[in-house]
Design a protein around this ligand. Structure first.
Ligand code: BV8
Length: 233
């Protein structure tokens, strides 16, 4: 059987917007009334663990009931005809809920917690609440398994290797404002087709083989999927 073409898709908060999960920009930099650096940075955690734990508890509670939308489903559906690797900046699990089988979370996962003593100790969470006093097996406080501002992005290496070997590159619902994640597109060869789906086009340097779809993920992903199936199957 012929080897399937490989699609790598970089997604951001915009792909979850139609599932009711607010994007960072819609939140206008103030997230649930917090300054981003107060709740999504290591210093913020050191300053006020309760505020940070509550911020993520609220988002976990909201994400528990969120459903994948046609954008997530369209990306999962591409696996029928292509090898698909999702590289997401999102911490929700909507790509997995939609059925995507290979999802790389660059900025961590909302439904996982991690030891503050040994970062290799990562735990699945079944509920939405993480509290002061919740400890790892080495009796240290658990923290959200999230990459905060100013923290390393360990999965970037894996993600960049996937991007280098992509035959097709998709960008869905990200402002491409945060690095190194936004730099993933620079690992993709110039002659590889790149499709961007976003109602407000992110600031992106004009480059070869770039195709822009100024619309929501729920309709844009379907359009791109139809084009890919016509062109490559
Ligand atoms: C690092 C997890 C270095 C958190 C996130 C000054 C101080 C500190 C750091 C820096 C600094 N200056 C620069 C930096 C680096 C910093 C950075 O890039 N900052 C930016 C603000 C300039 N980066 C970091 O700190 C990274 N680490 O650099 O480490 C280092 C090196 C060595 C040793 C130690 C350290 C780590 C960054 C990770 C931060 N964590 N998320 C959480 O979720 O709680 S970032 C978070 O914001 C997201 O994950 C995402 O990456 C980013 C932007 O969000 P988007 O997903 O793009 O969402 P946004 O709202 O911006 O855009 C939504 C898009 O969707 C829009 O385009 C919109 O039009 C579109 N849309 C809307 N509706 C729809 C839609 N699209 C489709 N359909 C729709 N319906």
């Amino acid at each position: 059987m012929a080897k399937k073409m490989k699609i790598v898709a970089l997604t951001g908060a915009g792909v979850s917007a139609e599932s009711g999960i607010k994007t960072f920009r819609d939140a206008g930099g103030l997230w649930e009334g917090h300054d981003v650096m107060e709740v999504a940075s290591y210093d913020g955690w050191l300053r006020n663990k309760e505020v940070v734990l509550d911020f993520y508890n609220q988002r976990r509670k909201q994400a528990l009931t969120a459903k994948p939308n046609q954008g997530h489903i369209g990306l999962a559906d591409l696996e029928k005809d292509f090898e698909v690797v999702i590289v997401t900046q999102n911490v929700d699990n909507l790509h997995e809920k939609a059925g995507s089988s290979k999802v790389i979370h660059l900025h961590g996962e909302l439904f996982k917690s991690r030891s503050t003593l040994d970062e290799r100790l990562v735990y699945e969470m079944d509920g939405w609440e993480l509290k002061i006093g919740d400890q790892c097996e080495k009796s240290s406080q658990l923290r959200p398994h999230i990459v905060w501002f100013g923290e390393m992005v360990p999965m970037m290496e894996v993600a960049s290797k996937e991007a280098i070997s992509a035959d097709i590159f998709l960008v869905v619902g990200t402002s491409l404002a945060v690095y190194p994640a936004a730099g993933l597109i620079d690992y993709v060869d110039s002659e590889i087709p790149k499709f961007i789906v976003d109602p407000n086009m992110p600031s992106i340097y004009p480059r070869a083989e770039l195709f822009l779809f100024e619309e929501n993920g729920s309709t844009g992903v379907k359009k791109v999927a139809n084009i890919l199936r016509k062109k490559y199957l």
